[in-house]
Ligand binder design. Sequence first.
Ligand code: CTP
Length: 427
Amino acid sequence: MITKLKKLPKELKNILDVISSLAEPQGVRVYLVGGIVRDLLLGRTNLDLDIVVEGDAAALAQALAQRYSAKFTRHHAFGTATVFFDNHKIDFATARKEYYSRPGVLPAVEPSDLRDDLFRRDFTINAMAISLNKNDYAKLIDFYSGSRDLKQKLIRVLHNRSFSDDPTRILRAVRFEQRFSFKIEKKTLGLIKEAAAQEALRCVHAHRLRDELVLILKEPKPCRNVKRIGALTGFLFINKSLKVNKRIYGLLCRVEKTIGVYGKKFGGLRKVDAWLIYLIGLMIGLKREEIAKFVQEFDFRKGDRIRVLSAKDSLAGISCLDKNVKPRDLYRKLFPLSLETILFFYAYYSGKTIRRQIELFLGKLIHIRLKVKGSDLKALGFQPLVLYGKVLEGLLDAKIEKKLATKGEELKEAKHIFHKLLLKQPV
Ligand code: CTP
């Protein structure tokens, strides 16, 4: 495995060497574990270093942090610690055994050795380690035949209780299966179906489900993941009436295309949260109160909640964006919405007319801002102040319609609007 380790960026490889040299005097054994080992064997880039220590993980992490003058945090309850470098972080955990009292809850843990630590993991392909110890540095440790399953492209659990211990692994199984184009091994698939029949995912805390759902939607091809979850277990854990039918699947595929179009045509605007557009697509058929309940219970961040709900709220209003709509009305409708919401509408309404209007907005109108501010009107001695809001509103419309370019042109138009408004004022 030494050649594989050498594939890591030099800086990370050096840190692993330092961890190795610090572990020996502390009398602990230390291993690189989990997803990074899998990805090194697959030749995929992964810079998330997870270290397991047979012994005190926090003490080793602290020594590493001191060596690099890096920030370090520890979580006493879990026997874990994290060291933060400029561009990445390294997680340390004391090797442990886990006991689940009931499905879906977090397990009780007790310190143990590497073999137990790997056995508590989700799939064989994620249960391999690379030794960082001096006597067998870089040796692959594979108690549960993970490398065989990698070669055979199989997702396989380590034991029959895996999904009842942690039902989120159902979602993880699909995620890895789709990401690597692997297959879920037959017995493992049977266990997933059993767990699904018992609605195991409904026992899991909403935060953990939310995190897994977001990870799925962040995969490069989320549609396939959603379809597979829909077929295997459904989305009961979100809402009992949420079904991935042809309509939703078609919509999600259009979201995928829309994100591609956005990247090519408007990518310069800002990077969008693509996962959120998929989430809107998944939820849009539910009632407003159901969506509100879901985003609340799953404790999405306020900005995410607003974006999802505003899509539901403005969906109908967008349907009337025909070719006769004035640019200023298009601007008023779309400007208050997030890019994610607007792109969702692009995917939802596949007709040419609405798409052209959205393209006009994203390509041109979105950049329009007034150069004139209230303070400019004040400097010109405009009175009364209560009219300023209306002047600026009218000015924005005029700027869009008449394509005013300079501040001088705006000021001239502002004066004109102001005088018209004054005339309308009751004496
Ligand atoms: N793990 C697990 N059960 C879970 C979550 C994680 O057994 N429900 C274990 C797996 O061994 C996994 C490791 O913890 O490899 C790290 O978890 P995470 O970072 O979530 O997974 P990765 O395998 O690194 O996946 P990704 O490539 O998506 O980051």
